[in-house]
Design a protein. Structure first.
Length: 212
């Protein structure tokens, strides 16, 4: 018999494309982001298909299976949805925007400045809340005053979004062990892809310099 543990995952049967997932973690970086933004969340993701979400982390912009993300009892999880219904064309454009950014590098500088209230520079690089805000801004929905510089907490407080309740479900001990193994394998694969991408960019830059 599977014993339930005080950990949760997103109920993917309730998640829809376009939904925004906001979370917090126990780590130091999450605490710093929450403290600096006077908030209770530190990370943002956008659902693009069933259980698939896209987010921007230190490894860059990647797609991942949200069902493999496990949240402890002290970690916050919010799922938000636009109050105004999206047309199929608008939703498709938002999803395509997010997908087109996969592989984009993460901007540590601009992420730090977003919580510090310093609104420059404005590059093509991304961080989690910028990715989500820009995706919606691409079809005319400005979830926050500045889509380039915003925090996960600002998204949580957006008047254009409504919180969905009961979006998580408990995880059994057996499922937890299996999911942790899958998550570790996925993380290694994602790191490998990021290294390959960065290596290709570096080689391309060197080639351009050598041909000048």
């Amino acid at each position: 018999m599977n014993k339930l543990v005080p950990k949760r995952c997103i109920n993917i049967q309730l998640l829809q494309p376009g939904d925004i997932v906001l979370t917090s973690a126990k780590g130091l970086m999450s605490k710093i982001v929450r403290w600096a933004s006077c908030g209770i969340v530190s990370h943002a993701m956008i659902c693009v298909q069933h259980s698939s979400v896209i987010d921007s982390t230190f490894l860059g912009v990647h797609a991942r299976n949200i069902q493999r993300e496990i949240f402890g009892p002290s970690e916050q999880v919010f799922v938000l949805r636009l109050r105004e219904p999206l047309s199929p064309e608008q939703l498709a454009a938002i999803v395509e925007f997010a997908r087109s950014k996969v592989g984009t590098r993460y901007s540590v500088l601009e992420a730090v400045r977003s919580v510090a209230g310093i609104m420059s520079p404005r590059t093509r690089q991304l961080f989690c809340s910028r990715l989500v805000a820009r995706a919606y801004a691409s079809v005319g929905f400005n979830l926050v005053p500045d889509s380039d510089y915003c925090t996960p907490e600002a998204l949580r407080l957006s008047p254009q979004l409504t919180e969905l309740f009961n979006m998580t479900e408990s995880v059994s001990q057996d499922d937890l062990v299996a999911l942790e193994k899958q998550k570790n394998g996925t993380t290694k694969c994602r790191r490998h892809r990021t290294w390959c991408s960065n290596r290709c960019v570096s080689l391309d830059i060197r080639w351009k310099i050598s041909t000048m």
